[in-house]
Design a protein around this ligand. Structure first.
Ligand SMILES: Cc1cc2nc3c(=O)[nH]c(=O)nc-3n(C[C@H](O)[C@H](O)[C@H](O)COP(=O)(O)O)c2cc1C
Length: 159
């Protein structure tokens, strides 16, 4: 089984809902999935390295910034070499703000800097996922993550 961590920060439940929808889209015969809310300091570097892939979710706060918990998580992430790990990023924001869902882009950069294999497509949802295009976007990330993780895992086993 491929070990996957779906880790998210959510203050009012919108990003949490995306996390749960992503979990439903993944093949549970192939992936052993842990769904976890990010709380201050509950993730250490060893914990991250236990997984083959990570789906990371965050909402966006103050002027396009990272929420506090996500910011603290970055301090841990910056100590970890994510080579060989597959990572997808998702989040909720509000189109009323200029920097819509910019925390999602910031986190994609953070994971790339740690050498993770990041999925090109990101999920950015306006508040709560309830439109057909929201569900399509979530499905797209799940499908691409699944294919990439399967490829990476198969290659690793052959080596
Ligand atoms: C003080 C404050 C600042 C915010 N700033 C942004 C922002 O810059 N960009 C954005 O897309 N959303 C912004 N939001 C909206 C939240 O990201 C949005 O409500 C989101 O759905 C919250 O997700 P959650 O339910 O997972 O906590 C802000 C919300 C608050 C309360």
């Amino acid at each position: 089984m491929i070990q996957v961590l779906i880790l998210y920060t959510s203050s009012t439940g919108n990003t949490e809902e995306i996390a749960e929808l992503l979990k439903k889209e993944l093949d549970q015969n192939v992936f052993n999935i842990t769904l976890e809310a990010l709380e201050m300091g509950n993730i250490d570097s060893h914990h991250l390295l236990e997984y083959d892939g990570i789906l990371f979710g965050t909402y966006t706060y103050d002027d396009g910034d990272l929420p506090f918990e996500t910011d603290i998580f970055c301090d841990v992430l910056r100590t970890v070499n994510m080579t060989g790990k597959v990572v997808g990023v998702f989040g909720s924001g509000d189109t009323a703000y200029n920097q819509f869902c910019s925390a999602v882009d910031l986190m994609k950069v953070e994971f790339k800097q740690q050498h993770a294999e990041t999925i090109q497509h990101t999920v950015k949802i306006d508040l709560y996922p309830d439109e057909e295009e929201d569900f399509q976007s979530i499905k797209k990330l799940a499908t691409e993550f699944q294919q990439t993780a399967l490829n990476a895992f198969t290659t690793k086993k052959v080596e």
